[in-house]
Ligand binder design. Sequence first.
Ligand SMILES: Cc1cc2nc3c(=O)[nH]c(=O)nc-3n(C[C@H](O)[C@H](O)[C@H](O)COP(=O)(O)OP(=O)(O)OC[C@H]3O[C@@H](n4cnc5c(N)ncnc54)[C@H](O)[C@@H]3O)c2cc1C
Length: 406
Amino acid sequence: MVSQSTRIAVIGGGMGGLTAAIALNRVAGVQVTVFEQASKLGEVGAGVTVAPNAQRVLDNLGVLEQIRTAGAVPDGHGVYQDALGNLVTDAAWEDSSKQYRNIGMYRPDLINALASAVDPTSIRLGHRLSGVESVESGVRVSFENGVTEEFDAVVGADGIHSVVRQAIGQFPEPVYSEYIVYRGVVDASLLPADWPMISQVWMGNNRHFMCYPLQQRKLFNFVAGVPSDRPLHGPWSGPAEVSELAAEFAGDSWDPKLHRFIESIENTFWWGLFDHEPLTNWSHGPITLLGDAAHTMLPHQGQGVNQAIEDSMALATFVKAAETVADLPEAFRRYTAVRMQRTAILQHGSRRSGAMFDAQYEFADLKKRNADLRVGRDFRRSAVFDYDARKVAEKALNRFERNETK
Ligand SMILES: Cc1cc2nc3c(=O)[nH]c(=O)nc-3n(C[C@H](O)[C@H](O)[C@H](O)COP(=O)(O)OP(=O)(O)OC[C@H]3O[C@@H](n4cnc5c(N)ncnc54)[C@H](O)[C@@H]3O)c2cc1C
């Protein structure tokens, strides 16, 4: 096991970076310092689904109970519906063992829960990374505030615009999906008392609307995807009028229940949906990537954060097996080999799910789209939710070690 005096810098204090810090510390036993550009940890006022595959990791790390308590577990499976609210299919919402069910989390609550499991003295706020370079003794990181420090290794969890990624020689072009989402939360007390405590999606007219409960059911998250060329002409996100969103789903071709939900919305903001093609490499020597920095994906499978959480466990498993600091580049290479294919499949799968929700491209035939959604539900349970990131990494580790001794 690598020495406890090993020092790893994690760049980015988002959900990916904080989980990586917990995993590297609790599983691999190394010293971690998290550098975050913002002056305080935080997240946008919207929801995120913590899926069973990530819950398995969080459970292993000893932080799941607090997250579950702060979040909302829905009453039953979610539903995909047509624009008028007719059922198309139920959605996957738990793993095959029924041990873990999707949890709806208010993002600031998830950040708080993760941050509370990290030693506060190891989080350095107000540090915006400007450069990363390999030096004889490890990696030197430089920040815009003039601070420079050296570590044994660096993990870039610095999101879609990652600076660390450049040090690995990867410069992916962001790909705009030609869709924006309106996002936000509504106070559950503004909804009818019998509003179902489940995840619902309405799909029609090249757009979709999703909602699900958060924060012990006191809030509901909503995400409304509509076609738009707006991000091509300026910023990628910003405040929006509720009336704009309402106009996108107006008229009697949409379910009156959806109109009732939209009437409860007091504030919203818009967000352009971007991803990039899978990278060809995530690691260079003692520098590696994790989360959106490595694999930004569209949100239509709700797997961006969940994959960052899986990455964290896989990374910590390989780091734990390193015997000395000199073995970290090989640990990162192995981590990359194990994670790249899984996340590439989900990057493409997320595009495909978006196309299905919005009935684009070859899904113009709705019967076929609906059949594909049903197949997708079963695939999601077995291939996505049942995945055990730690077991997969441990198995791969044994394989790598067997090959080495041959
Ligand atoms: C509408 C929508 C809905 C979504 N729903 C889901 C969902 O239900 N489930 C799911 O799993 N995913 C979902 N996602 C995806 C998810 O939000 C992202 O995958 C996730 O936030 C990525 O986490 P991260 O920590 O890798 O990156 P980020 O959240 O981008 O965090 C990066 C951090 O690094 C910091 N940083 C950046 N640059 C620097 C620098 N130079 N120096 C220092 N710090 C820096 C940033 O300030 C930030 O704190 C959704 C996304 C969208 C747009």
